[in-house]
Design a protein around this ligand. Sequence first.
Ligand SMILES: Cc1cc2nc3c(=O)[nH]c(=O)nc-3n(C[C@H](O)[C@H](O)[C@H](O)COP(=O)(O)OP(=O)(O)OC[C@H]3O[C@@H](n4cnc5c(N)ncnc54)[C@H](O)[C@@H]3O)c2cc1C
Length: 243
Amino acid sequence: MQWKNNSKDAKICLSLSLDSGGKVKRYEKERLSNDSTYWVLFELIWRDYFRFLSIKYGNSIFHLGGPRKLKLSWSQDQLLFESWRDGRTGYPLIDANMKELSTTGFMSNRGRQIVCSFLVRDMGIDWRMGAEWFETCLLDYDPCSNYGNWTYGAGVGNDPREDRYFSIPKQAQTYDSEGSYVAYWLPELEALPKEKRNFPGHSYIKPVVPLKYGNNNKNIHKDPALAERRTRSQGNKIKGYRR
Ligand SMILES: Cc1cc2nc3c(=O)[nH]c(=O)nc-3n(C[C@H](O)[C@H](O)[C@H](O)COP(=O)(O)OP(=O)(O)OC[C@H]3O[C@@H](n4cnc5c(N)ncnc54)[C@H](O)[C@@H]3O)c2cc1C
């Protein structure tokens, strides 16, 4: 069950099988080269980036303060963490992604970014607990990509943008506007009108924490991750910005 991805139309699960961009380059040469092949290669550069980062920063990618050795305060609230882990947060988009992860061992890149943002920004939970759960479940688990992305999402990586927040209402409206993804993983939402599936109110579990910017889909513009991408794509038509 796939939901809308910003960079391409179809899921390919390359992280399970591909060792380098060489196969994509060969495909481009022998078959065709288009936007999709561009983006696959582009995403593979992220993988290489995290590999090089791990070589440079060593074990610090596993430490709470990350490569930047930041001293931030984190909670280790077990009940909150378990609600995230088991897909019982009261936010359908989070819960559906977490159910997909524990059922299949896979989650889309967008889903990974959203559940990471929710755990660290909305719940304030120690990002390493999330990274360890991903490590337990992911079939494509890779220490450099996993811990690199988690430190990046938690704001302790070597990226200068600190508040990497993903607004759930905005993400839901943009990438799952008819709620088909959440209804697939949370069948109890299927009977609701499509536009309510991501915003079910009393028809679903009570949210375990409030969202930093509220759970009102009128606040959807408060999503720095999307706002920044929009600004960049309007001001700069060059390919290359993915988050
Ligand atoms: C919190 C978090 C944890 C992650 N943990 C892992 C992990 O343990 N193992 C893993 O392989 N990827 C990880 N990723 C990266 C990415 O989510 C997966 O590689 C991608 O979802 C795999 O699906 P795909 O093959 O359809 O990817 P596509 O989007 O089609 O991308 C093609 C390939 O590019 C590489 N790639 C794409 N995005 C990233 C990225 N953000 N970082 C590094 N490489 C990337 C992967 O090799 C991927 O297979 C993580 C991302 C996040 C946000």
